[in-house]
Ligand binder design. Structure first.
Ligand code: WTA
Length: 648
């Protein structure tokens, strides 16, 4: 199968940081001499005490230990703010675009970012937060989210952001899991014209947390919220009194920078830990190279800071590079489907980075919404979060990019801190749907799933592992290093296991084929089927549940649930609704089941293991190729499931 390729214009390639020859040269150098390559790249960051060591990594199972620049010291907020002040104090650091187009955008200069970050840092200090303490952020996409992240890094506290769409239960689990001292939240979160009562949700969560946890409340809409004087601190009042200077704490390169909870194939979400030095080097380098970022560019990543994409490509990467980064509070379709494009026009965006699910949803609304905006400022387009289908890719390329903007399809993960595979805009002729090439320092290997043997050559498919380490790699699971080793280093010894499948085509270019484990990707949101199952079985009428993904036109994957009820319970339409609401309350709206099939029984092996392969096939409406069902304890349950399947 050959794919059409789209080469960058000669003009773009000639102005790019990296052209085809330069990529080959830099990539070869990064693999041949990682220490030399990353020593040089380490210089893009200001160190308080320069590092002498570069890479010090063991992937040995039982002793996985990842260190980069370990003897250097630095401060991330100083790198994202202070070092820019002399040359670009008056330049806009953040353009904040509110949910409603009728509300004025804000342009926050680097000097203002400095002052507000210091204010927030001083408020946190006064609340007793210090180096190594955890602070949870449960906050809308408002400038204070960036101030809070940077304030934590300034005083050496470790932030853990919980997406504002998560439920109080999910928030409580993360506050308790990270033993946070403070939760930063806001009165309400406006999104798509509706206000989520964030403070009320946070209050509910805190009922399940220690009394010592304090909350710092940012005023966003100014609406009345319940107030507990013993616990709640008024950010706006305190910040107005706080000093606009705060000395940055000297941090070790391997001190934790942030924790971000993400879903795995088993159990509850795990706290991915990123550290200070390697992460910021990697975020900065990937932001500059992948988006071919140049001085003066306006960069917009539409993600939420609750996800890793928002960490690396709204806040840390762009600000470390002295960029102007757009922060958008709203949704792609409010007030209508031209909002993204209106914002691109209004702020003269040069690089635009979004998710395939948004592209598919907007494509479905027709071209007029795009065409009425002037998109001539756009130079590079990016996608992230899930495989992009060629139809959506082509629409993005032709209608949004006018055929002039290289598309960078960036493959990476919460665990990887930054892009691991992506075309570089000036270097590679892209193919719709392919993540193309490894980034500098990244050595992908394709393995035979069962044997773990390396598959050499082109035109092959298997599971995707990475041979060696890179500076942006996660270091551990918060509080559970054993789980870290088991999840990423035990299945294929000596490699980092990504959980994704991949194909290397005849030209040696990479295509991500999706997760090979029980993680699903719903509208670019990563979810463990185990989490949804455990929410379902927590309902008193549910005896057993199995959850799988199935192809969904807009969301990429939808959530398909097989539910066995307690004996005597009636499978009614009301109960279906009730279960849907139940899961939304337990986890959050993003986990809402799309299809619920009543299953009198689930296909199990004689040892009692649920055969998910079969459930996946039925959910995909591909029951003709179920494979061997002879090992099932009760083969007849499969016929019933096929008969009553929901996705026809
Ligand atoms: C998937 C998001 C195909 C993949 C940054 C990965 C992708 C998971 C792509 C990580 C892409 C991300 N093409 N699949 N360009 N980008 N994925 O942790 O399955 O939320 O393992 O990080 O998303 O999701 P996460």
């Amino acid at each position: 199968m050959t794919s059409p390729t789209y080469a960058p214009s000669a003009e773009l390639a000639s102005k790019a940081h990296v052209d085809a020859a330069k990529y080959e040269e830099m990539y070869a150098a990064s693999i041949k001499d990682p220490d030399g390559f990353w020593r040089e790249q380490g210089a893009r960051i200001d160190w308080i005490k320069p590092f002498t060591q570069v890479k010090n990594v063991s992937y040995d199972f039982g002793n996985v230990n990842i260190n980069w620049y370990a003897d250097g010291t630095l401060n991330v907020s100083a790198n994202c703010i202070d070092r820019h002040l002399a040359t670009r104090g008056d330049q806009t650091a953040i353009i904040w675009e509110p949910d409603s187009p009728d509300e004025a955008a804000q342009h926050i200069t680097y000097q203002e970012l400095h002052d507000n970050t210091c204010r927030m840092a001083n408020v946190l200090k006064d609340m007793g937060v210090g180096k190594g303490d955890r602070v949870v952020l449960y906050i809308p996409m408002i400038p204070e989210a960036a101030y809070a992240m940077l304030a934590c890094t300034r005083i050496g506290a470790i932030h853990s952001i919980v997406f504002a769409g998560f439920s109080p239960d999910a928030l409580a689990a993360r506050v308790n899991g990270s033993e946070a001292k403070v939760v930063i939240t806001a009165d309400e979160a406006p999104r798509g014209g509706r206000n989520t009562p964030l403070k009320t949700n946070a209050d509910k969560a805190l009922e399940a947390c220690s009394d010592s946890v304090k909350s710092l409340v940012v005023r966003r809409t100014g609406s009345d919220v319940p107030w507990n004087d013993a616990r709640d601190y008024d950010y706006n009042a305190l910040a107005a009194q706080a000093a606009t200077t705060c000395a940055p704490e000297e941090m070790g390169a391997e001190d934790p920078l942030f924790i971000l909870y993400t879903s795995g194939s088993t159990g509850q979400p795990k706290g991915v830990v990123h550290t200070t030095g390697g992460y910021i080097v990697y975020a900065s380098l990937t932001h500059q190279m992948t988006f071919d970022y140049h001085e003066g560019d306006i960069f917009w990543c539409t993600a939420d800071v609750g996800w890793v994409t928002g960490h690396s490509y709204i806040v840390y990467g762009p600000l470390a590079n002295g960029a102007t980064t757009v922060m958008f509070e709203g949704t792609p379709t409010y007030p209508d489907a031209s909002r993204f494009w209106q914002v691109c026009e209004k702020h003269k965006v040069n690089q635009f980075y979004t998710a395939p699910t948004a592209i598919r949803a907007l494509m479905g609304q027709g071209d007029e919404f795009v065409k009425k905006a002037d998109l001539s400022s756009l130079r590079i387009l990016g996608t992230v979060g899930e495989p992009i289908n060629p139809e959506a890719w082509n629409w993005y390329n032709d209608v949004v990019g006018g055929g002039n903007c290289p598309i960078v399809d960036t493959w990476w993960q919460t665990e990887t801190g930054g892009h691991l595979m992506t075309p570089l805009p000036g270097a590679h002729a892209t193919k719709p749907g392919s993540a193309m090439k490894p980034f500098f320092g990244i050595e992908p290997v394709v393995l035979e799933p069962a044997s773990g043997e390396i598959i050499e050559g082109n035109g092959v498919e298997g599971v995707l592992c990475i041979r060696d380490s890179w500076p942006g790699q996660m270091r551990t699971v918060w509080g559970d290093h054993e789980r870290f080793e088991k999840t990423y280093f035990s299945d294929y010894k000596g490699y980092y296991f990504t959980g994704d499948g991949c194909r290397r085509d005849e030209d040696g270019d990479y295509w991500i084929t999706g997760r090979v484990d029980d993680v699903i990707n719903v509208s670019g949101h990563r979810m463990g089927t185990a989490e949804v199952e455990s929410a379902l079985v927590a309902h008193e009428k549910v005896a057993e549940a199995a959850v799988v993904g199935y192809p969904h036109d807009i969301k990429g994957q939808g959530i398909y649930c097989y539910v066995t009820l307690m004996s005597g319970e009636e499978p009614t339409e009301e109960l279906r609704k009730e279960l849907r609401t139940w899961v939304r309350t337990e986890i959050g709206p993003i986990a809402s089941p799309d299809l619920i099939q009543w299953a009198p029984g689930l296909p199990k092996t004689r040892s009692g293991k649920i055969m998910r392969r079969i459930l996946r096939k039925i959910a995909e409406n591909d029951y003709g190729s179920l494979g061997d069902t002879s090992t099932l304890a009760e083969p007849a349950v499969v016929d019933d499931l096929i008969e009553n399947r929901m996705n026809r």
